[in-house]
Design a protein around this ligand. Structure first.
Ligand code: FRU
Length: 503
C-alpha cells in the first residue's frame, strides 16, 4: 500500500518537517510500537473526524529507519465494546496465542463511553487484544474480548506487554489510577494478576497512565536492571502531563526498586525522563534488535493545552525517536536519552567551526534552515558561566535556550516564541533540575517548525517543548558572561521527511 494520504502536503505553517505527525486531525499517544520484518510500526491514538480528542482509533505508520514514515490505513476502529485506547503490540513468534506463528498481537484498552456516561459502575475500561497475520496491515479483534475484565476501577488502562525470558511468560503492566498492575500469561489470552506497585512512590499529582516495563543492560556491563516508565496527568515537571521513571528489578512476580533509587524517591525526589513540558505517554518499541538500548518515542504535547494548540488541519507531533541507555555512576543508575543515529543522515551542516569565538556577542544567519535545524557544540568550563542561544525572526519573536549559572540548570524560554496566548500557562520559562556540569559539556539543540528538543551530555538532561513562531527563526545570537569559545560547533539544516526540499 502506498501513502494512504497523498493529498496532504505537510507544508502548513507550524507543520513539523522531520517529526512524525498525522496526515490530518487529532493525534495523542504513540501505541503498539513493534519492530517486525524490517519495519518499525508506529500506531497512535487517533480521531480522524476532528482536531480535538474524540472516539479513539489506532492510526498507523511504518518506517525502515525510524525517520521517514509511510502512513497506512487506520488499524483499529472503535467497536461495540468501546473506543480503542492506548496499548502495545508484540510478535508472537512461538504462536503461544494460537492465532498463527509470528502473529502481530495488539493489546489495548477498550473504553466503553456508554458505560462511562451511565455512571452505574466504574468498570468501563478493560484490556482486549487483536491480531494481524499480514504484517500489521489488517487486524482481527479476538472474539473473547476483553481478556482482562475490570473489577470496578475507574482508571484501568494502557497495557504494555513484554515477553520475559527469565520467568518464561508474557508480562503485562498497566495503570490503575495511582499505581500499576502486573499480570502474567502463557498465551496472551488468559492472564493472572501478579502484583501491584507504585502507590507509595514517585509523583502522584495526577492519574497514572501509559506505563512501560523493560530490562536494560547497564552500558558497558552484563548487569541487567528493569526500567519502569510512568506517565501522569497532571503533576508533570512543568505542570500538566509528564513522564517519570524508576529503576529496579523484576522477579517474574514483583517489581522492586533498586535500594539507592528507592532512598532517592523516598525523599520525595521525582526523576523525570524529560524535564520539558511536551513529552508525554512515551513508551518503547518491542522486538527491536538491541540489548543495550531501548527505542522510545513520546507524544510531543501536554494535556494542559493539547486541544487548543494553534494548528487547524492536524493536532500534534511525536518527539524524535530516541535511544534510552542505562548508565551507572557509583551505585546510582540513570537513564540517558540520545537521538538515534539515523537522524544524522537528514542533517546537512552549513556552519562548522572547530572553535567558535564568543568572547563578544556572536550573530549567525540561520535563515537557510527554514526553521528546521540542529545546533551542536561542546563547552568547557560552563559551570562558572551562563550561556544563551537566542533564536529570533523578523517579527521580533524569539526562543531562548541556555544554561543559567545561578540556578545551575538548563532552560528553555518560550515566553516570546510566537503564538503563546492560547493558554495562560503556555508562555513560560522551563528549567531543568540543577546539574553538575562536566569539563566538556555537549549541547544538542534540535529545532523544527513547532518544537525544540534540548539534549545535554548525550541526554543527561533532556527537555522538549513545543512552540509556534509565526515565521521561522532566521537569526541566532549567542551570548555569555565570560566563556571565550564553543568547541566543535556546527549548525545543520534538517531535510523534510515528508517532501525533499532544497537546503
Ligand atoms: C494518555 C491517555 C491514555 C488513554 C489515552 C486516550 O494520554 O489519557 O491514558 O489510553 O490517552 O486517548
Amino acid at each position: 500500500m502506498k501513502n494512504a494520504h497523498e493529498q496532504i502536503s505537510y507544508t502548513e505553517l507550524h507543520r513539523n518537517q522531520f517529526h512524525f505527525s498525522p496526515p490530518k486531525a487529532w493525534m495523542n499517544d504513540p501505541n503498539g510500537m513493534v519492530y517486525f520484518d524490517g519495519e518499525y510500526h508506529l500506531f497512535y491514538q487517533y480521531y480522524p473526524d476532528s482536531n480535538v480528542w474524540g472516539p479513539m482509533h489506532w492510526g498507523h505508520a511504518i518506517s525502515a529507519d525510524l525517520i521517514h514514515w509511510e502512513h497506512l490505513p487506520i488499524a483499529l476502529y472503535p467497536d461495540s465494546l468501546g473506543y480503542i485506547f492506548s496499548g502495545s503490540a508484540v510478535i508472537d513468534k512461538d504462536n503461544t496465542a494460537g492465532f498463527g506463528e509470528n502473529a502481530m498481537i495488539a493489546i489495548f484498552t477498550h473504553h466503553d463511553p456508554i458505560g462511562e456516561k451511565s455512571g452505574k459502575s466504574d468498570a468501563f475500561q478493560y484490556q482486549s487484544i487483536a491480531y494481524s497475520l499480514d504484517r500489521g496491515r489488517t487486524f482481527t479483534k479476538y472474539d473473547g474480548n476483553p481478556v482482562i475484565a475490570n473489577p470496578g476501577i475507574k482508571d484501568f488502562r494502557d497495557p504494555k506487554v513484554i515477553w520475559d525470558d527469565d520467568s518464561d511468560q508474557w508480562v503485562m503492566i498497566f495503570a490503575a489510577y495511582d499505581h500499576v498492575k502486573l499480570y502474567g500469561s502463557a498465551n496472551l489470552i488468559e492472564w493472572k494478576h501478579l502484583s501491584d506497585w507504585g502507590k507509595e512512590y514517585g509523583a502522584h499529582g495526577g492519574v497514572w497512565e501509559c506505563p512501560d516495563l523493560f530490562p536494560l543492560k547497564v552500558k558497558g556491563t552484563a548487569e541487567k536492571k528493569w526500567v519502569l516508565l510512568q506517565s501522569l496527568n497532571p503533576g508533570g515537571p512543568q505542570g500538566g502531563s509528564g513522564t517519570q521513571y524508576f529503576i529496579g528489578d523484576f522477579d517474574g512476580h514483583e517489581f522492586t526498586l533498586d535500594p539507592e533509587f528507592e532512598s532517592m524517591v523516598q525523599n520525595g525526589k521525582v526523576i523525570w525522563l524529560d524535564q520539558g513540558a511536551d513529552n508525554y505517554a512515551g513508551v518503547t518499541w518491542s522486538n527491536a534488535p538491541a540489548l543495550h538500548e531501548r527505542l522510545f518515542i513520546g507524544w510531543m504535547s501536554n494535556w494542559q493545552y493539547a486541544q487548543i494548540a494553534p494548528t487547524e488541519n492536524w493536532r500534534s507531533a511525536m518527539t524524535l525517536p530516541r535511544k534510552l541507555t542505562l548508565n551507572k555512576t557509583g551505585k546510582m543508575y540513570k537513564l540517558q536519552t540520545e537521538i538515534i543515529k539515523s537522524f544524522d543522515e537528514i542533517c546537512k551542516n552549513f556552519v562548522v567551526e572547530d572553535k567558535l569565538s564568543i568572547s563578544t556577542d556572536r550573530s549567525i544567519d540561520i535563515s537557510q534552515s527554514n526553521g528546521a535545524m540542529r545546533l551542536r557544540c561542546s563547552v568547557s568550563d560552563i559551570k562558572n558561566h551562563s550561556l544563551n542561544f537566542l533564536f529570533s525572526n523578523m517579527l521580533g519573536e524569539n526562543l531562548k535556550v541556555g544554561y543559567d549559572q545561578k540556578k545551575e540548570s538548563w532552560y528553555i524560554d518560550r515566553r516570546q516564541s510566537g503564538l503563546t496566548d492560547f493558554e495562560d500557562k503556555f508562555p513560560a520559562i522551563h528549567h531543568s533540575d540543577p546539574i553538575i556540569c562536566t569539563e566538556n559539556t555537549a549541547v544538542d539543540i534540535i529545532l523544527d517548525a513547532a518544537s525544540v528538543e534540548v539534549l545535554i551530555n548525550q541526554g543527561q538532561v533532556v527537555m522538549t517543548d513545543i512552540l509556534f513562531p509565526t515565521e521561522p527563526y532566521s537569526l541566532l545570537k549567542i551570548n555569555t558572561d565570560g566563556l571565550s569559545k564553543l568547541d566543535d560547533f556546527s549548525i545543520s539544516s534538517v531535510h523534510s521527511i515528508w517532501k525533499e526540499r532544497k537546503y
